[in-house]
Design a protein around this ligand. Structure first.
Ligand code: MN
Ligand code: MN
Length: 273
């Protein structure tokens, strides 16, 4: 019996809430996102099918590992070990953030299992600061930490529209493949031979579609464009995160619905590819 359960869980995507916003530079609030995203996913206003025909309401498509519990001090250690535990169980963690700083300890855990990881990173911001306001663990820095520690083989950033001189140098230094927003669509860039990790910052979307974020950057992706790029991903998706949804900035839950839709489509991709 135990064997059967273990076998079933191999490869199953597992939602995991990471209610942490302790490294946000501007506004707190993203820590309240996980239950709001789950609520929107379950909402009877929509059904449980993805656009490409996966019934997420069917048995054994994905499961929910609940939320990680931590203090502000030990958060990164708990995140790394919590994600590592799910990976050791053969599950594919899909983290619901939380601010974007959590991607660093998450990817640390992934890199131990997958040393040749490709990251597809959707964001308005490159998050490549060496430090931000003196803080190297800020949500403005996770991809600098990931790349300098060589935790990923490739980093492809999509939707960027808040690049500055320092981060452009960092991108060059680390060999980051940056697709700026003005260069979209870029569906053909989203193919990888090895394991793929998706990191989706909700502010990749235009604030007209997703106002519930701490850093509203105009000129972003429509929901349609974002989904088209998620659907274009080719390769084995081993995990994902959806971060930076901030319920305190939302308007009538519209961004929760969008975040839930993105999570659903990512789950569908993981299950079918
Ligand atoms: Mn970000
Ligand atoms: Mn961002």
């Amino acid at each position: 019996m135990t064997e059967k359960v273990t076998e079933k869980r191999i490869g199953i995507p597992a939602l995991v809430g990471i209610p942490f916003d302790g490294q946000s530079s501007y506004l707190r609030g993203a820590g309240d996102a996980p239950p709001k995203i789950r609520e929107a996913m379950r909402c009877d206003a929509s059904n449980e099918w993805t656009e490409l025909g996966v019934d997420l309401g069917a048995a054994d498509t994905f499961d929910d590992a609940g939320d990680l519990a931590f203090s502000e001090e030990d958060a990164f250690e708990v995140i790394e070990s919590g994600i590592g535990k799910l990976l050791a169980e053969g599950r594919r963690p899909v983290s619901l953030g939380g601010d974007h700083s959590i991607t660093y300890p998450i990817v640390k855990a992934f890199a131990r299992k997958y040393p040749d990881l490709t990251i597809f990173h959707f964001d308005a911001h490159p998050d490549l600061y060496d430090e931000f306001e003196g803080n190297r663990l800020s949500h403005a820095c996770p991809f600098a930490r990931i790349m300098e520690s060589e935790l990923a083989k490739r980093l492809v950033q999509v939707g960027i529209r808040a690049m500055n001189g320092h981060q452009r140098e960092q991108a060059k230094r680390f060999g980051v493949e940056v697709v700026e927003m003005r260069g979209l669509p870029a569906c053909e860039k989203l193919k990888a031979a090895g394991p793929i990790y998706i990191s989706f910052d909700i502010d990749a979307l235009d604030p007209a579609f997703a106002p519930g974020v701490s850093h509203r950057e105009p000129g972003g992706m429509s929901v349609r464009e974002a989904i088209a790029h998620v659907h274009a991903i080719e390769g084995e998706i081993v995990g994902a995160d959806v971060v930076e949804y901030n319920p305190a900035r939302d308007l009538d839950g519209v961004t929760a619905t969008v975040a839930a839709k993105i999570v659903k489509e990512i789950l569908g991709e993981m299950i079918t590819k």
